[in-house]
Design a protein around this ligand. Structure first.
Ligand code: WT7
Length: 653
């Protein structure tokens, strides 16, 4: 972390400020710093007034008796006693004014395209909801969703929310063990999947992976399978009695359905994310507060207007997809674009082609993608008309100033504000971000807090400092409500650091003289690979499944495109010799069990790992080796000679 902190100090020192253009400000939802400050102060000093007013812009079947209940910290409750439904607010609420407006534009990788108006999306969601009810799914049941990014991902999420069941979306890039772990922990009753999806022209056999994943999961009663193509089937097996085709079972189901009235604190979804121990944790989000957070951040941070065409490139399998592909934009009656495939298929102009074709005005993507586009060259974006763009967003990891400036110039033609949005699966919605018509941006900084958020950079003992641990002082509506099945871990892990006074983010950060926040990355053993949270402990557990592996340490090091890449240091059992074949086998295990995006850049076979006398692996030293730096302090090592051998092996690998 020291290395990143030093680099960030340099950035702060040299950074320029970029103001939004006069024409952007003129049309912006929020136009001045004074206006931001006034609302921000209100949101901090009178959160109940502020959030109560925002919530009133949405539909509630029943009003709340209290905006925030802090009587049982850190188990905060928002909009106590109120009833609502997310799908109702995303769809039914808009039918009168926006029924014929396009809600969803879908483009498949092979080029198939569909659009849904708000009315059509409502009908499809109701039909799906009625089908789920027909299959026995009820309020409170857990439903896993493992799909490519097709229209049915959005429809099925909304349908599950509509009937009051709990969705657990599993990213389509996850493999068998990742699927199994999530299904076992959530005891899902039904799984929604498809016969396949496309990635770079290849069919991904999602149903086959689910079949393997559910093996040994007794909670699963039914697998509902969507045909990727309406008119033909991709190869997959169907098990009598368990598996049903959506196009068959949904036939004749009604296109209307009365949304289930949900308590504001009823669970809306579970989303698993990597923690510092081996198994991912099920982050719990509830209904009312999440809805209010998704709605307001989307409206203010993306400056949404009725005519916007909004494209967030995240998969619905991540929190970004939940909040900023599905819920946030639909709550704002926006037109949402989704795209199934890869940015370089069939060619490297595919994203820009989509922006041109649909006249996308607001575009939200990740730094790793931006750096990839930069490497491919300006000719691809330059070959398309990107003049419809008016606002650009970034999320997932710190964005380096080179990428930020390229994004601004080549994609935004110097007239789109960039919002670098910091948040987490746990936070539910954006917490630190520029307000596009207001904030002077500095490349590399997520700038200032959103409404209701009071961040602080703290030392371990809780003193405010300019470089330390990022903490959040107040509860906010879309915050996680816990870890599924483990509320003690929630309490300890997120609120235990400073005796319940602050939420612990696990991120390191700096502040500058303007009070801007500069996030530098995780302080725990999570590696951010291309914007995906990867747990080194989980990887270390999985490689043990190879019979030759005795022990391992995975670390994250700087990677020019992915932000961070993984390096695996592996000790083999007695009698085994490291070989290319063994490396391949270890990679196969990771790819098959967890997912290909978790593969290491390099595997290094070593005799020993650098450990302290108490047996803790000194990952900092491994990073020094892998990033080619002089070694830091080695005096606490149990056996200092270990590291010389590792340096040699690293060079040879
Ligand atoms: C971690 C959360 C939230 C959506 C995607 C990731 C890192 C996220 C930024 C940013 C610097 C960022 C943090 C955070 N992160 N956005 N704008 N600048 N770092 O969600 O998988 O829960 O990961 O992503 O390290 O803790 P996630």
């Amino acid at each position: 972390m020291e290395v990143e902190a030093e680099q960030t100090r340099n950035l702060i020192h040299h950074s320029h400020k970029y103001a939004p253009s006069a024409s952007f400000v003129e049309q912006a939802n929020l136009k001045s710093f004074e206006e931001y400050k006034r609302l921000y102060d209100e949101s901090i000093n009178s959160p109940e007034t502020f959030w109560g007013r925002v919530a009133s812009e949405l539909h509630w079947f029943n009003p709340w008796s209290q905006v925030l209940d802090s009587s049982d910290k850190p188990f905060f409750k928002w909009f106590v006693g109120a009833q609502t439904n997310l799908a109702y607010n995303c769809l039914d609420r808009h039918l009168e004014l926006h029924g014929d407006k396009i809600a969803l534009i879908y483009e498949g990788e092979p080029g198939d395209r569909l659009t849904y108006t708000y009315r059509q999306l409502h009908e499809e969601t109701c039909k799906f909801a009625n089908t789920l009810l027909h299959l026995g799914v009820r309020k409170g049941d857990r439903v896993a969703i493992y799909l490519p990014l097709v229209a049915e991902s959005v429809i099925s999420i909304l349908a599950v929310a509509r009937i009051g069941a709990i969705h657990n979306v599993i990213f389509g890039g996850f493999a068998v063990d990742s699927i199994k772990g999530r299904i076992l922990d959530s005891t899902a009753k039904l799984i929604i999947t498809s016969d396949g999806g496309y990635r770079r022209g290849r069919v991904i056999p999602l149903k086959d992976l689910v079949d393997e994943g559910v093996d040994g999961c007794p909670s699963v009663e039914k697998i509902l399978v969507i045909r990727r193509h309406p008119d033909r089937q991709l190869p997959c097996k169907m098990q009598e009695g368990r598996d049903v085709w959506y196009h068959e079972v949904s036939q004749g189901k009604s296109l209307s359905h009365e949304a289930q009235h949900m308590d504001a604190e009823d669970m809306l979804f579970l989303l698993y994310t990597s923690g510092t121990t081996g198994s991912p944790k099920g982050i719990v989000h509830t209904t009312g507060g999440y809805m209010v957070g998704a709605y307001l951040t989307c409206k203010i941070v993306f400056d949404l207007k009725p005519h916007d065409i909004y494209w967030c490139t995240a998969d619905v399998g991540w929190i970004t997809g939940h909040t900023y592909v599905v819920y946030g934009p639909l709550l704002n009656a926006t037109t949402v674009v989704i795209f199934e495939g890869a940015p370089d298929w069939p060619d490297k102009a595919r994203f820009w082609d989509i922006i041109e074709r649909y006249s996308v005005s607001v575009f939200y993507t990740a730094p790793t993608a931006i750096r990839t586009f930069m490497k491919w060259g300006d000719e691809f974006p330059n070959s398309k008309n990107l003049s419809s763009l008016r606002l650009l967003g970034s999320v997932g990891e710190p964005i380096n100033p080179e990428a930020w400036l390229w994004y601004r110039t080549v994609i935004g033609h110097d007239n789109c504000p960039i919002v670098d949005t910091w948040w987490q699966t746990e936070t539910g919605s954006i917490l630190i971000t520029p307000i596009p018509g207001v904030t002077l941006t500095k490349p590399g900084s997520a700038t200032l807090p959103f409404f209701g958020i009071e961040p602080a950079v703290l030392t371990e003992t809780g003193e405010v400092t300019d470089y330390g641990s990022l903490a959040i002082k107040k509860p906010w509506p879309s915050m996680l409500r816990g870890i599924y099945g483990n509320q003690e871990r929630y309490k300890q892990g997120y609120w235990g650091m400073w005796e319940g006074k602050y939420y612990y983010t696990s991120d390191g950060a700096l502040t500058d003289e303007d009070g801007y926040f500069w996030i530098i990355g995780r302080l725990d053993d999570i590696v951010n690979v291309a914007g995906h949270r990867v747990s080194t402990a989980e990887l270390e557990g999985v490689v043990l499944e190879h019979h030759s592996v005795a022990e391992s340490a995975f670390i994250g090091i700087h990677h020019d495109i992915k932000g961070q890449g993984l390096i695996a240091f592996i000790i083999l059992r007695q009698g085994n010799v490291g070989s290319p074949k063994l490396k391949q086998e270890i990679n196969e295990i990771i790819g098959k069990k967890l997912g290909k995006f978790e593969l290491p850049e390099k595997i290094v076979f070593v005799n020993d790992l650098p450990k302290t006398r108490s047996g803790k692996i000194m990952r900092r030293l491994l990073r020094d080796v892998a990033e080619g730096r002089p070694l830091g302090n080695t005096t606490t090592l149990a056996d200092p000679s270990v590291i010389d051998h590792i340096v040699e092996e690293f060079k040879l690998s």
